[in-house]
Design a protein around this ligand. Structure first.
Ligand SMILES: [Zn+2]
Ligand SMILES: [Zn+2]
Length: 339
């Protein structure tokens, strides 16, 4: 089968070349081990974390590695011990590949913080390939009416956005401020707006502000602008530490700011008064299998749709370039099944 391999990380060019850190290789089709299923991959979302992986910003426990952790495919083989995932059904694989189940975090039910967690596209080959194997317990059923390419971005941008909104103490009918407006924020906006929340979006790009209004934002402005009122909850998506004081400034006393970022530049020094008034500031790390199940079911019920741009399977390096240069509105998706 064909698979995009990261053999050694390197910088992604901003434009102009089809070359990049990933190399298209012919490798053996994987066989599912105990507890695993094999997916014939249909679509794989391209995530900012893939860019961090390809450029070597993350510690890489295994090389070469096939990236990709927003994977929709059809189960075409199951390993020993898999009884509940029928062949022929569509499943999604996401960032968390497996948690150990025995560490202190897992025993507290916080498998997203598992000390021995493994991630797709980092510890195990991901979805930038025609087939992938993944533990059955860490896959999510994909509802009938969700088209594969449209559903792929829901699996990282969507699920982690959902978790961020929850950790920002979101409640239906509340007021939410979003800082940055990429793949994750445009899904969080829909999730909040369809639960009768007022949503304020702070983003530099005019096209992003327009899209935010189209998708149901009550207000969209530049970072530093003042929204019509203080929000109950805020989620930051931009990887710049400078958004943290801005977000604290935008929430009411008792409100919560959740940081949805794996990497962030240093948070600048700020007056304590921004935090005082029992505001809460917290980060969001990874996701649980339950988050994925809950969010996909909710996204189906609320008819949440990703805005996405499809790239041919052979254009993985171009997709990373476009993402790095912020040329993608919404999410980028690799059309693996159409290859
Ligand atoms: Zn991701
Ligand atoms: Zn664990």
């Amino acid at each position: 089968m064909r698979a995009w391999m990261l053999e050694s990380p390197s910088q992604v060019a901003l434009e102009g070349t089809a070359a990049g850190p990933l190399t298209l290789r012919e490798i053996a089709r994987p066989e599912p081990g105990p507890g695993e299923v094999r997916l014939r991959v249909d679509a794989c979302g391209v995530c900012h974390t893939d860019l961090h992986t390809a450029e070597g910003d993350l510690a890489l426990p295994r090389l070469p590695i096939v990236p990709g952790h927003q994977v929709i495919g059809t189960v075409d083989a199951v390993g020993p011990g898999v009884a509940d995932v029928p062949i022929g059904t569509r499943r999604g694989a996401y960032w968390l590949r497996r948690a150990c189940g025995t560490c202190a975090a897992c025993l507290r039910g916080e498998e997203n913080l598992c000390e021995r967690a493994e991630f797709n596209g980092l510890h195990g080959h991901g979805g930038y390939a025609e087939w992938m194997t993944v533990p059955a317990a860490y896959t999510v059923p994909i509802p009938e009416r969700m088209e594969s390419h449209a559903a792929a971005p829901l699996l990282c941008a969507g699920v982690i956005g959902y978790r961020s909104l929850r950790l920002a103490d979101f409640h239906p009918g509340g007021t939410v401020a979003l800082f940055g407006f990429g793949a994750s924020a445009h899904l969080v906006l829909q999730l909040a707006a369809r639960q009768d929340a007022k949503v304020f979006v702070f983003t530099r790009g005019e096209s992003h502000r327009r899209l935010a209004r189209e998708l149901g934002a009550s207000w969209a402005g530049m970072p530093g602008d003042e929204a019509p009122e203080l929000a109950d909850s805020a989620v930051t998506f931009a990887p710049a530490g400078s958004v943290v004081p801005q977000a604290l400034q935008a929430v009411r006393p008792g409100g919560t700011v959740a940081i949805n970022a794996v990497h962030m530049s240093d948070i600048p020094s700020m007056p304590y008064s921004l935090l005082y008034g029992e505001r809460t500031l917290r980060s969001v790390a990874n996701l649980t299998a339950q988050d994925a199940r809950d969010f996909i079911a909710l996204a189906d019920r609320l008819d949440i749709r990703a805005q996405f741009t499809t790239y041919p399977f052979t254009a993985a390096n171009e997709a990373l370039q476009d993402m790095k240069a912020s040329r993608v509105d919404g999410a980028a998706v690799l059309d693996v099944g159409g290859a």
